[in-house]
Design a binder for this molecule. Structure first.
Ligand code: MN9
Length: 311
């Protein structure tokens, strides 16, 4: 039986896992299994699926369920799985959340309902309705930059029975630190801005959830361990190298770039769904020349995928 009261066993490096589509944009569950095994081999501490990086909003509810089912069953309890159930419409989210519970997921997570500029009360009701409908812990996902929820609303949400954690994607680390202090050690905060993961951990985050942990789980495994040991300076040196890669990739539309980089280095995770654009060969050549440059400038980039190219 799952405990609805805590996610304190879910910490560390948690990829916002890619969903896997073939060239015709159809779900490809075999590719998902390959990705799961690779990430677990790399030592990640959990998986976060069908969120923004997972192109969850570009999938039908049936596809989201099929994908979640395949991942949870293939993971087979090796690491905790968090299923993102966010949608515009409480009934849809409850349906996805109930499904997550049925298949044995460890936790659910959701962005607030978006597009209509719902009021604070409506957002509160959204989370409390989902939480009372299922027996799984909820991790609220606040993309601070989207401006949908301020900290006082996040604090209200944290009082809902079943809300046990927060994924904070933003750059206001003093806000993250204040929330952590206010909510206490048992309420888990996950930093969502990969280019500032070290800063997030320094601000008190218990874990990091993000896109780039698909491709450089090794780098952030090192960073996380250093931060746990209090060696923030060393962590930051590695973070700087990773950040230069992240910022470059973000500029090119990072999901497609990352998927192609993974394909180029032996982990075939397939393609993005339209309207995301898969990078063309010129873009990839530019990316690889940037990465070759990084490798020349650093004895160790701490990014294992670069040297797997062509092997
Ligand atoms: O929180 C991701 N954020 C969004 C997860 O998708 C909005 C991050 O992992 C970013 O993709 C990453 C690059 O900006 O930090």
């Amino acid at each position: 039986m799952h405990s609805k009261t805590s996610v304190s066993h879910i910490k560390g490096v948690i990829p916002a896992m890619f969903s896997t589509f073939d060239k015709n944009e159809q779900l490809d569950l075999n590719r998902a299994r390959v990705l799961v095994d690779y990430l677990i081999r790399e030592g990640v501490h959990g998986l976060y699926i069908t969120g923004s990086t997972g192109e969850g909003f570009l999938m039908s509810d049936e596809e989201r369920k099929t994908f979640a089912q395949a991942v949870v069953s293939h993971v087979n309890k090796r690491v905790p799985v968090i299923v993102h159930v966010g949608a515009i419409g409480t009934l849809r989210s409850i349906d996805l959340a109930s499904h997550a519970q049925q298949i044995g997921a460890d936790a659910i997570s959701s962005v607030p309902p978006f597009y209509y500029h719902f009021s604070g009360d409506e957002i509160y009701r959204y989370y409390s309705d989902i939480s009372s409908a299922v027996d799984l812990p909820m991790i609220v996902y606040n993309i601070a930059l989207a401006g949908l929820m301020d900290n006082s609303l996040v604090l209200r949400l944290a009082s809902i029975d079943g809300v046990c954690g927060l994924k904070f994607t933003g750059t206001q680390h003093h806000d993250m630190a204040a929330l952590k202090q206010e909510l206490g050690p048992d309420f888990m905060i996950y930093s969502g801005c990969d280019e500032m993961a070290t800063q997030g951990l320094l601000a008190g985050a218990d874990g990091i959830i993000g896109s780039f942990y698909n491709i450089i789980p090794d780098t952030f495994g090192e960073i996380y361990q250093l931060c746990v040991n209090g060696e923030y300076q060393e962590a930051f040196e590695i973070q700087k190298i990773a950040t230069s890669f992240i910022l470059k990739a973000v500029k090119y539309g990072h999901f497609g770039i990352m998927k192609q980089l993974m394909m180029d280095t032996g982990i075939d995770v397939g393609y993005v769904r339209r309207p995301f654009v898969h990078p063309d060969s010129q873009m990839m050549a530019e990316m690889w020349s940037f990465l070759d440059g990084l490798q020349q400038n650093h004895v160790d980039t701490h990014m294992g995928f670069i040297s797997r190219r062509g092997k």
